[in-house]
Design a protein around this ligand. Structure first.
Ligand SMILES: Cc1ncc(COP(=O)(O)O)c(C=O)c1O
Length: 331
């Protein structure tokens, strides 16, 4: 099977901002993006993106999951990166129309169509290190994806890093390429030295998130996860899982979690931990590695509550249970 995100639909939706207005959106070949080599994004990383999914239901209909949240987030990312203001209605129209165009290509469950809206600074201006781009481009690319768990659902190993940050504290809530580039070296090192799947960034002992997912601790009937602030990405999956957990009668504690408390709770037999994100939905964390020592989370395997919450979310996404929170958009 091809790696996640390596297959693309041949066409994408695109619109250009010329300094004063957005062009009417067009559908163009996905490899036809032409940029000046001096484009702002290529030098000063004026870029942000989103990741959301469209699902095929058994009756053949196609639904997009919580699109409004992702549009709000890319509007916020654009603002915090001093990119031109986006037009939310136009983005909604670009996403729904390109998904409708490729509706026949949306895989059946457990697959889905991954949607990648992207906003980049295009002004040819290499003297603008401290000045925003005046021109930009917004496009929506599609990538059909298969079952994330097809290789087996195994619990992850995370290296706890209490010294480094994933990104500057004011940039965590911005979904921008630079944040991911910065997390690569620490993650590769953690893989090579500790066979860790991901780094759990915990600067100063504050448990934040990994390079591409939010972190949740599940202790009995309680879910504990960091309260929203500017230091980490406000995941749509995180919000959805917390909503489902509350609905199931669980206690949701959005607050600071220290590495000490995490390790203390993880040592209890029934404790679980999980990563949440659009790609992996909710994946169990079985082992935490801290200061060279391995700590099992609960029994070290796949968590029962984690699986129950993941199924509850998947069931809504795939139309197998009622969309009681109004998360699905018909296209
Ligand atoms: C850094 C980071 N945190 C968290 C998430 C989870 O966000 P979401 O649930 O909106 O996909 C992602 C995934 O996109 C991410 O890249």
């Amino acid at each position: 099977m091809s790696a996640f995100g390596s297959v693309f639909m041949p066409e994408m939706a695109i619109s250009w901002f010329d300094g004063s207005s957005w062009s009417e959106s067009q559908v163009v070949p996905s490899e036809s993006l032409h940029l000046h080599a001096g484009a702002h994004v290529l030098h000063y990383s004026s870029t942000c993106f989103e990741g959301l999914k469209a699902f095929r239901h058994e009756d053949g209909s196609i639904k997009i999951f919580r699109m409004d949240r992702n549009i709000d987030r890319i509007a916020q990312s654009s603002e915090l990166l001093a990119l031109p203001e986006v037009n939310k209605e136009q983005i909604a129209q670009m996403i729904t129309s390109i998904v409708a165009q490729f509706a026949a290509e949306v895989p059946e469950a457990p697959g889905s169509m991954y949607i990648r809206p992207t906003h980049i600074g295009t002004e040819p201006a290499i003297g603008k290190a401290a000045v925003p781009t005046l021109e930009s481009c917004f496009y929506v690319l599609l990538s059909p994806v298969g079952d994330y768990f097809s290789g087996g659902d195994s619990a992850l190993r995370l290296l706890i890093d209490d010294k480094n940050m994933r990104c500057p504290p004011h940039m965590g809530m911005v979904k921008s390429g630079g944040n991911y580039a910065g997390a690569l070296q620490p993650t590769m090192k953690a893989r090579a030295e500790f066979q860790a799947d991901q780094v759990l960034f915990c600067p100063g002992g504050d448990v934040q998130e990994t390079g591409a997912a939010n972190f949740l601790l599940i202790d009995g009937n309680e879910i504990i996860t960091k309260a929203l602030d500017s230091t980490f990405l406000h995941g749509v999956t995180r919000d959805s899982i917390l909503t489902l957990a509350r609905d199931m009668g669980m206690t949701v504690s959005e607050r600071q979690l220290s590495v000490d408390e995490l390790l203390e709770r993880a040592a209890k037999p029934g404790c679980e931990a999980a990563l949440s994100g659009t790609a992996a939905v909710l994946t169990s964390v079985g082992t935490l590695i801290y200061n060279g020592k391995e700590h099992s989370v609960g029994n070290g395997g796949i968590g029962e509550t984690t699986v129950k919450l993941r199924r509850a979310l998947n069931d809504i996404q795939w139309g197998r249970s009622e969309d009681k929170f109004g998360w699905l958009l018909d296209i």
